[in-house]
Design a protein around this ligand. Structure first.
Ligand code: F6P
Length: 327
């Protein structure tokens, strides 16, 4: 386990990549627990981009109040091209050194973790917190924002289902997730979708979907709900092809950014708070270059290098259950 060479007195915290509900709970917990541990906390605005632009200010306990219930991130977020370069990371490490920031907590997805790893190579201690609605970080069964996102998407799908059923239509609903199908799988099961398309599994056999729609109509079902992950793509054109092949009116809805906003659920607030406090405690103990995760009912931490090398797959049994319940 990597140990800081000198006691960590000042830490920075930033959010990076796509925002996720619960990030504010994590920022608040990092800040307040670090202050309790006797450390000074600097908030870095707009992710690595803001770090390079020195958009950095001290955070007090008061500064993070009235934030736990808010969606988005009070520190703002960005994706930075400059930080992807070695020169950018050296510059960032120089700025942190200049400001006396010994270590930073990075709240974001695995792209943000890769940035943090690069920064650790420049001598800055880092701790990563999994902040993404996509649930696609291998070392953890929970990511900050996923629970809120799936609940938001599920409610939207329930509404689409009402109108789809009234009009006896086929609805194709695209949910977020980048290349991962976790949001689609959860929303598909939760909303009783007849078909769920996951990038990890889908073989682009459209005829099979068309046959499934025709079969369910023969069985007396008058509407059909298909949930697909954005990683599959082509939602609108596929809806047109389904309509042409089945004769069933078909509409595509892309849920988009509404899934990333909104007030975090209780689970996201609580888990993000525990993870934030955990990060502050690791740094207080001088433990650096870790990422915090949740596995088998426990909060835990991993070496950042090892965490990035881990692989994650959609659980087979979830897919088996989803398929069995949809027919
Ligand atoms: O990683 C979260 C996420 O919302 C993905 O589901 C989506 O593919 C991506 O971010 C969109 O990113 P951007 O906001 O940069 O377009």
């Amino acid at each position: 386990m990597a140990q800081a060479v000198k006691p960590i007195e000042t830490i920075g915290v930033l959010t990076s990549g796509g925002d996720a509900p619960g990030m504010n709970a994590a920022i608040r917990a990092v800040t307040r627990k670090a202050l309790k541990n006797g450390m000074k906390v600097m908030g870095i605005d707009k992710g690595y981009q803001g770090l390079l632009a020195k958009e950095i200010r001290e955070l007090t306990a008061k500064e993070v109040s009235d934030s736990i219930q808010r969606g988005g991130t009070i520190l703002k977020t960005a994706r930075s091209e400059e930080f992807r370069t070695e020169a950018g990371r050296k510059k960032a490490a120089g700025i942190l050194g200049e400001l006396g920031i010994d270590a930073i907590v990075v709240i974001g997805g695995d792209g943000s973790y890769r940035g943090a790893l690069g920064l650790s190579h420049e001598g800055i201690g880092v701790v990563g917190l999994p902040g993404t609605i996509d649930l696609d970080i291998a070392c953890t069964e929970y990511t900050i924002g996923f629970d809120t996102a799936v609940n938001t998407a599920m409610e939207a799908i329930d509404k689409i289902r009402d109108t789809s059923s009234s009009h006896e239509r086929c609805s194709r609903v695209e949910v977020m997730g980048r290349a991962a199908g976790y949001i689609a799988l959860w929303c598909g099961i939760a909303s009783g979708a007849e078909e769920i398309l996951l990038p990890e599994r889908y073989d682009y056999n459209e005829q099979e979907i068309i046959n499934h729609i025709i079969e369910t109509r023969k069985l007396g079902k008058t509407h059909f709900l298909l949930v697909n992950a954005e990683g599959i793509g082509h939602s609108v054109s596929m809806a047109r092809r389904i309509e042409a092949a089945t004769g069933m009116e078909t509409r595509a809805t892309i849920l988009g950014y509404m899934q990333r906003g909104g007030s975090p659920t209780c689970k996201d607030r609580v888990y993000a708070s525990i993870m934030g406090a955990y990060a502050a405690d690791l740094l207080h103990k001088g433990i650096i270059n870790r990422v915090v995760g949740y596995q088998k009912g426990e909060f835990t931490d991993f070496d950042i290098d090892e965490a990035l090398a881990m692989q994650k797959t959609i659980p087979d049994y979830y897919v088996e259950v989803a398929t069995a319940l949809a027919r």
